[in-house]
Design a protein around this ligand. Structure first.
Ligand code: FES
Length: 166
């Protein structure tokens, strides 16, 4: 995954200024900052509040309400594990249980420099679930061994089984 630039107040002000005239500018600004830096740095909060004439608490509330926004950089590998209905029917909760038992990892709680695991709800790959997005690549028919390999840094391509049986 390509690395993102470090926090830069000037660049953040440019991004905020470029979007602040939009109606409902808070979310577009937060998305743009996260696209630029990989997360929404706490130092952006007062800049957004000032530009949009909001309180810092209102901006902070938006950041924490939407689970899409990160308050710190993601790990080098990001696994977004689908836990919506069709993937549940295909055993995704079993994967979560094994992840916990075998590796001590938990969806949505593992977040360090190496690895981020997040829950998502439907990746549009329901027929081939359990599904995950691994560094942006869709992986279907995930099983516990492939998920363990992905957590250890195996390539998403290797873990993918295209249209075949698990
Ligand atoms: S429910 Fe998991 S991809 Fe649709």
């Amino acid at each position: 995954m390509p690395s993102k630039p470090d926090w830069n107040e000037g660049r953040a002000r440019e991004i905020i200024g470029g979007l602040s005239a939009l109606e409902g500018a808070t979310l577009p600004i937060l998305h743009a900052l996260q696209d630029e830096f990989g997360f929404v740095d706490a130092r952006a909060t007062p800049l957004i509040a000032e530009a949009l004439n909001l309180s810092r608490a209102e901006v902070h509330g938006a950041i924490t309400f939407y689970h899409d926004f990160r308050s710190k950089p993601a790990g080098r590998r990001v696994i977004k594990l689908c836990r919506a209905e069709a993937c549940q029917a295909n055993g995704c909760e079993d994967l979560v249980t094994k992840l916990r038992a075998r590796h001590g990892l938990d969806a949505d709680s593992q977040d360090d420099e190496r690895l981020t695991i997040e829950t998502v709800y439907c990746l549009g790959n329901c027929a081939l679930g359990p599904s995950a997005l691994v560094d942006g690549e869709l992986v279907g028919r995930l099983d516990a061994d492939r998920l363990a390999g992905l957590c250890d840094g195996a390539s998403a391509e290797k873990a993918q089984i295209v249209g075949g049986a698990a």
